[in-house]
Design a binder for this molecule. Sequence first.
Ligand code: ATP
Ligand code: MG
Length: 331
Amino acid sequence: MAKKTVLSASTTTGDLTLGNFIGAIHNWTQMQEEYSCYYMVADLHSLTVYQDPKELHQRCLSFYAQYLACGLDPQKNVIFLQSHVKEHAELCWALNCITPMGALNRMTQFKEKSQKTREINNGLYSYPVLMAADILLYQADLVPVGEDQKQHLELTRDLAESFNNKYGKAFKIPEPFIGKKGARVMSLQDPTKKMSKSDENPKNFISIIDSPKQITKKIKAAVTDSDPDAKIEYDLKNKEGLANLMTIYSVLSGDSFEKIEKDFEGKMYGHFKVALAELVCSSFQPVQESYAQLMADEAHLVSLMKANAERARERAQITLKDVYSKLGLVL
Ligand code: ATP
Ligand code: MG
């Protein structure tokens, strides 16, 4: 039986965080053996918010290197930059023309992001349509999304169904693939909101290329609660900050919450934080070594990008041609 296809992406804003690592990339490295995987560096998506051109250029290279450093293999998977495959923008337009405004108005991420941004542009508003194009171009069966992207995947499914009904079947309907635990890592300073790499305050997130010193400092400063006993227990309702730190510990160590509670019985929050910092640093050490090596040879990195983009285009062109033909455009 043919392998199922998976499409995953991350926007080039900031650097990949511990949240991306646990919520997305950790699953991706496990999936590359079993599935036919397309991993995309979503550089076009990042343009919805102003990017300094020089910084963006550097970040695209850095992101690609971060993907590979996290263990994604460019031979086993197709790992590419979104802007290198022009079919994304073309399919996006076709989908824009069947997307009801009402559906976009319901997107909670747009509501959140537009409150934080002074200039709200059309790209930010219609970003879920480009995301739908990203997924549907490759006829993805599965999309490993965090909780924050579930609503966008729903829209993708609605658009695919709507197109198929109107013009004939061009798209497979994708399913979400959500990791069981640690699907959502929260901000270190405000555990009611998710950790985001585009967060303005670097104390809120841990980047996978933060130095061990920075990582330790950020974890030590993470918000907990005022329990006078500082008891290490998983209590999402009353100890949100600690619950977040325990989730990170549990995912990286493979230990259950019960085991963590037992191992840290009688210990204080400070003690747990030191252990967590050590665990995060040692988990990231091989990633950081590999990252440094990749960034030292830019020509090699770019040649990998270009070869992978060609492979992505081969698949993308088949879908786009079919869509154009079904729409009645002259090929
Ligand atoms: P941005 O702030 O730019 O939106 P982000 O950190 O939310 O950045 P995305 O590029 O939007 O990252 O998402 C990349 C992948 O990481 C997606 O699959 C998303 O669901 C997942 N992800 C993002 N943040 C978290 C988080 N805090 N916990 C778990 N998974 C996350
Ligand atoms: Mg996001």
